[in-house]
Design a binder for this molecule. Sequence first.
Ligand code: NOJ
Ligand code: MG
Length: 573
Amino acid sequence: MTNPPSALQRPQDWWRDAVIYQVYPRSFADSDGDGLGDIPGLISRLDYLADLGVDAVWISPFYSSPLRDGGYDVADYRSIDARLGSMDDVDSLVAEAHARGMRVIMDIVPNHTSSEHAWFQEALNSEPGSQAWDRYMIREGKGAEREEPPNNWRSVFHGRGWSHMRDADGEPTGYWYLHLFDTTQPDLNWENPEVHAEFRDILRFWFDRGVDGFRIDVSHGLVKEEGLPDFDHPEQFSGLPGFDEEHVANHESMFDADKAHAPYWDQDGVHDIYREWRAVADEYDPPRIFCGETWVPNPERLARYQRPDELHTSFNFSYLDAGWDADAMRTSIVDTIRNHATVGAPPTWVLSNHDVVRHRTRLAPLAADGTADLERGLDRARAATLFTLALPGSMYLYQGEELGLPEVSDLPDDARQDPAWHRSGGTDGRRDGCRVPIPWTPELPSFGFSSSGAAWLPMPAYWSGLSVTEESEDPQSTLEFYRSALRIRRELDALGEGPLQWEDAPEGVLAIRRLSDTGNVLAVLNTTDSPVRLPSSWGADVLLASCPEVALLDDDGVEMLVVGGETAVWVRG
Ligand code: NOJ
Ligand code: MG
């Protein structure tokens, strides 16, 4: 058997159908025993990722940061958080990943800096109207004493979106700065050319070191509507339910209460920025690539970010939001593919990341006692993953989903670090539950995450059975299932980019045929809880099933497959 081509063997277009693995570095692998994952820890696990069969790694931010928002509060875009490693470590990471045929994607945060960034510190020590002030969104307050914020915008992390600029004694002034996230994340002013120049320079800084691309944080943000008009916030934005099972099932993303038509999201002007960035990426050989974190109301708005001179890809969150609902999934797939085709871009697919409830828990039905049924949740998660891996385009995996990790929904309050938790008075901010460190071995207390047994978030005792070493020895494990799926996806031309044909299927069942001159692949997802018979003409040569509930039925010499409830299958044909 010849080795399937790796990402590095297709230097120009590897990203069009890549499988990209997201590393949340603080939670991946800890090399120095401080309980915080780090870059040397990640390097020590690159063989694991190569063996899993991914084409690239996207690493959430590891820049210098006070960690008020897990590193999405950057104090210096050209230096590494000392707790996570050094610039030499990053150079080794890039070299070692490339040596294994994997690309490296970093995370850039252009909507806001940390309040500890030199620019904001300079602003705090400068006067109104100064150059330093113009890099941020600073405005006079309303009211006789300017004691009211300039408008009614709220923070995604709850509470108001503006805080007072303070004087040297810490006293509030009549000026306010905008922060769509935490108070320690002041929004940059993208009307200022200096901000543009700075970010182009930051991109080049990392591209010159061999980094293959960037995921762009809040890529639909950055530009704000002229005049900063008040926004009629949707009602559900206030009083979000707390972390209960219904919430887990129904409330998927931190942006979904507030994503439609806000005067600070998805403004047309943002596209000019990505045209500039694309020109920078295209200066390199091979060209560097971008993936936007683009929360927009519909696939039509999403595709605009992938016009030929803008971003290569963006996360397609409509699919993540579809939940366990065949009709909603199909609508998202059809609309996404159709709209991306108009701009000649491949779609992306993602089921989990560091901001949403892990899909094993999110897709789980509720058991009679009102808790998530995690056994069925795992069946559904594996089925959703297998079906999704058969869609045209690239796919993002989030660390730990290949082990079938569930959300940790019972973290003690005093362990929680999500700023939204604190800003909502403990009623929201569930994102720590998907950031619990990875179990590598069965040994308590931190399952090989850290040599000292430390871990920045507590790990549930039952995770020993979900560790990499345990699952590696079990052919039925979720890890072995992912390894098989990625190997087959790489081997077969039909999977990845290319034509897709829908087959008629019963209610609750999705069936697509991926076409290729070297052989077709049929992918079927049964979201119902009863078995379905596939037509005999679809064939019965199973490449991979998400669980053992797939049987061959011989009906008077005619063979057909029966796919169990909540199961997906890939079949030759
Ligand atoms: C999106 C990131 O994924 C999230 O983790 C972060 O809190 C916000 N952007 C703000 O940077
Ligand atoms: Mg460490």
